[in-house]
Design a protein around this ligand. Sequence first.
Ligand SMILES: NC(=O)c1ccc[n+]([C@@H]2O[C@H](COP(=O)([O-])OP(=O)(O)OC[C@H]3O[C@@H](n4cnc5c(N)ncnc54)[C@H](OP(=O)(O)O)[C@@H]3O)[C@@H](O)[C@H]2O)c1
Length: 280
Amino acid sequence: MDRDVIPCSDGAGEIVAVGATVTRFKVSDRVIPTFFQIWIDGLPPKNRGALGAPLDGTLAEFVCLHEDGWVAMPKSLSFEEAATLPCAGPTAWNGLMRGTPVKPGDTVLCLGTGGVSMFALQFARAAGARVIVTSSSDEKIERARKLGASHGVNYKTHPDWEKEVLKLTDGRGVDCVIENGGIGTLARSFECVGWGGKVSLIGVLAGREGKANPHNLMFKSASLHGIGVGSRASLEQLIEAIEINQIKPVIDRVFPFDQAPDAFALQASGNYLGKIAIRF
Ligand SMILES: NC(=O)c1ccc[n+]([C@@H]2O[C@H](COP(=O)([O-])OP(=O)(O)OC[C@H]3O[C@@H](n4cnc5c(N)ncnc54)[C@H](OP(=O)(O)O)[C@@H]3O)[C@@H](O)[C@H]2O)c1
């Protein structure tokens, strides 16, 4: 970036003014922005422009966007809860639903207990799947179990966590991996994905450099999908799922606006589960 930008891609708020030609929304409607401002559905357009970079983001009192870059906020959620959806929501949703969608009886492995993983946990459970999480913390595994995970594997005390995952699935492996680690965890995900399963490549938490040989995906007819958040349509789909299943996003802490730097410090510490919110 060659300029300073307003940070954050997530948010929720109320419309205070609309342009003369706007038809999708009116003043006082409650809305959330889409992460990519001009990706409505189907294949992503070039230069789709994400909030926070390269576009100015949402850590602001007023935000001015094209009407196509907003969706109606779920009625069942507070502003803070709804504000967690735009980035991690479609990412988790597409991680589960792209390619062969997760179905009842499947097993989903979520790496870590951050925002993407906790949404994936909740959506997978709503789809009837069993969920295993990995975490650096036994306490967070307990919290994830209370949210519906059936098992957790501590990747600090079990650095070969893929073997534990294989044991938990009687050697069969999982149907879907929410791969938040990236190249640092990918080889282990390839080991514990099961026959016909998929690895949804999402994050870079375990580094950006390294080697992972996809050879054994071939013998398992398994696949690797790159996930890049998602379209407005996928955000609207997951909002339906949230309302029908009464899902509440997992928020670890809410900070007042003037303590926003503390919210970023908490995120950098890794000492949280799910999402962190900032209230204006
Ligand atoms: N491709 C996309 O469209 C997309 C969209 C959103 C986010 N992302 C990326 O996806 C990743 C997850 O996003 P997020 O918002 O969920 O992040 P987050 O909320 O910051 O998640 C942080 C958590 O990830 C876990 N973690 C850290 N290092 C790990 C490792 N080596 N192995 C396994 N887990 C590890 C930790 O969980 P424990 O404390 O439980 O160990 C940590 O608390 C990030 O890399 C983010 O940049 C990609």
